[in-house]
Design a protein. Structure first.
Lengths: 103, 165
């Protein structure tokens, strides 16, 4: 298992850079991971990441469809906030494992 | 897992209109969009049912001549049973309810997701003419009605792939 240092804290990550221990995550850390991905975080980013973290913590599968039911943003905005592969990027920055979902 | 020659563009062709044919296309298409891959989906012949406003959410699966079809429990479904009235509707309803348990959306919502992520949906001109459909019969997500030549043109480029589902 690899380790990385973000915002002065050492965290456990897998070979792709996803957190293996989501409780090590903080907002300051998120800002630094986002910088690596070329994203400057806004309140909207944090709101949807909170939704993803809550869903992950309650053991629910994450899907792109669930974003529309988040009550925070719609899927179109999600693609704009995390350009490219939004669900992968958002979970990486939110400090939770890469979703194993096909939808 | 950095690949040397990553897929940059996916061009899917859907020519059939049964639930499983259409969903194979939509899942592959949406999956490509989610990965940040440029995505075009070209619907032709019976595949057009997937983008027709009044048919897209009423697709069926074939119960006659479908040797892979199983009854709940795993027993093979005899083709003869498929001719019983209501069997096709029931099977199609079962398929849809099992899919929705996995958070797989209805066709119309699936198109919403694909287009929201920048995917493009096209209809085949020849099939549209043949079935006498008009542009307004199609979902608003259909960006254009294309000839085969135009489809090949937009499918071009390095790292681009055409998949016939």
């Amino acid at each position: 298992m690899a380790q990385k240092i973000y915002a002065g804290k050492t965290v456990d990550v897998n070979e792709e850079g996803y957190f293996t221990n989501p409780s090590q995550w903080t907002k300051e850390i998120a800002v630094e991971i986002a910088k690596e991905e070329g994203i400057v975080l806004t309140d909207q980013h944090f709101a949807i990441m909170e939704f993803l973290r809550n869903k992950y913590n309650s053991g629910e599968a994450l899907s792109i469809r669930s974003i529309n039911h988040s009550g925070v943003i719609d899927v179109k905005t999600f693609y704009q906030l995390f350009p490219g592969a939004p669900l992968k990027k958002a979970t990486k920055i939110a400090g939770i494992p890469k979703p194993a979902s096909c939808i | 897992m950095e690949q040397k020659n990553p897929i940059k563009k996916i061009n899917l062709i859907c020519a059939k209109g049964a639930i499983e044919d259409v969903y194979a296309t939509l899942i592959l298409g949406n999956g490509a969009v989610m990965e940040g891959i440029e995505t075009n989906i070209f619907f032709t012949f019976f595949g057009l049912d997937a983008i027709l406003k009044n048919r897209m959410d009423k697709l069926h699966t074939a119960v006659v001549g479908n040797p892979a079809l199983r009854l709940p429990g795993g027993l093979r479904m005899p083709t003869l049973l498929g001719v019983i009235p209501g069997m096709e509707s029931f099977t199609s309803w079962m398929m849809k309810s099992e899919m929705s348990k996995l958070d797989i959306p209805p066709v119309s919502e699936f198109l919403d997701l694909i287009v929201a992520g920048g995917g493009k949906i096209y209809a085949c001109k020849l099939a549209t003419d043949m079935f006498k459909f008009r542009k307004e019969d199609f979902s608003e997500h259909v960006s254009d009605i294309l000839t085969v030549g135009q489809f090949y043109e937009l499918s071009g480029g390095e790292g681009s792939h055409i998949i016939f589902t």
